[in-house]
Design a protein around this ligand. Structure first.
Ligand code: SF4
Ligand code: SF4
Length: 336
């Protein structure tokens, strides 16, 4: 894979890296094995987060065996205050088993008041700037799902990287990626498969990587096979043929815009419904004709779509503003 500059950080990153969410589903040894293969393939950019529970610790286990300096390590924190972020940074450093982090990001900044707290006098940004001066943090970035915030981050120019969702179904930030690129801001793509909704994964990765504003895309993997498939999409990177473009477009049209990206920010539900899993089952039932398999699995769900009490709590948390209650009613009509 031909490496790309991560904005003006001076770092060269592979176009395809590793997202750390699925490591939570495996174990420390499995994570190390994936990291080892990633290193062989040149995919040595890893993105994780304090919020991904054991992910940092598993990655730390891999780093110990494979060599810390062989990887470009990015993590993030949901903390917005000085005190909160310094506590989380200490845990990240300890779990990762390192004394420096290449890229520290403020995770999922969701609204302007969140951003103001972050940038304020006792905010997390100032604390991390100080850690940067000490050499503990090499570069500082930010992530969001909001286009309004993306615009603001590009305009303000405080961050060396921005992480944002991007795939053939979610092109809402595209104009701003170019502006970010022109300003020398590294652009990290999350949700390259729309949270698992996209089936044509190779086509999606190639579509994303043909945008020159993209520095690195970070699909999460929980197996070496998935990693190899992702890396293959960029080795070498070829443009989509007319037929491939039509295939990708047909899938985008079939999903529309009201689909769940499985980010899980809506949870916990007031009554314990696993909202993204319900939507996943509905998709398998309606789009993939796996009716018997879905019915069997869904029967084992403790809480079902029909148990929703219409409180709206989940909708206030969904970064995509999905009408979750209406969507659950539709899912219930199919599954319950
Ligand atoms: S609206 Fe329904 S799904 Fe959402 S939190 Fe309330 S009970 Fe759960
Ligand atoms: S409903 Fe919204 S918040 Fe919940 S997993 Fe789906 S996209 Fe994420």
């Amino acid at each position: 894979m031909i490496k790309r500059p991560l904005g003006k950080t001076g770092l060269l990153v592979p176009p395809v890296g590793l997202g750390g969410i699925p490591f939570q589903r495996i174990d420390a040894e499995g994570t190390k094995a994936i990291m080892a293969r990633a290193l062989e393939l040149g995919a040595n950019f890893i993105d994780t987060a304090r919020g991904y529970t054991v992910s940092e610790a598993y990655i730390g286990h891999g780093l110990k065996a494979l060599g810390r300096d062989n990887f470009i390590l990015a993590t993030k924190s949901m903390q917005r205050t000085r005190e909160g972020v310094l506590k989380e940074l200490a845990i990240s450093l300890s779990d990762l088993g390192t004394d420096y982090i290449d890229l520290y990001q403020f995770h999922n900044v969701a609204n302007f008041s969140d951003y103001e707290t972050l940038m304020g006098e006792d905010g997390a940004y100032q604390a991390i700037k100080e850690k940067q001066a000490e050499g503990v943090i090499r570069h500082i970035g930010i992530s969001t799902h909001s286009v309004d915030l993306l615009k603001r981050f590009v305009e303000d120019g405080h961050f060396e990287t921005i992480q944002f969702p991007y795939n053939p179904m979610e092109r809402q930030g595209e104009d701003w990626f170019k502006k970010a690129h022109d300003k020398g801001i590294g652009f990290i793509v999350m949700k390259p498969f729309a949270g698992g909704a996209i089936d044509h994964k190779e086509l999606s990765l190639r579509t994303i990587l043909h945008n020159e504003a993209v520095s690195v895309v970070i699909p999460g993997v929980d197996s070496i096979e998935q990693l190899e498939q992702n890396v293959l999409a960029a080795s070498p990177l070829t443009p989509l043929s007319k037929e491939e473009q039509a295939t990708m477009q047909a899938e985008a049209d079939s999903l529309g815009s009201h689909f769940c990206r499985r980010c899980r920010y809506c949870l916990p539900c007031a009554v314990g419904i696993d909202i993204p899993m319900v939507f996943l089952m509905e998709g398998y039932y309606t789009r993939y004709n796996l009716k018997d398999w879905v019915k069997e699995r869904y029967a084992g769900f403790e809480k079902k779509a029909e148990d929703c009490i219409d409180c709206g709590l989940c909708e206030s948390r969904c970064p995509y503003h999905l009408p979750i209650r209406d969507m659950l009613k539709q899912a219930s009509a199919v599954l319950d």
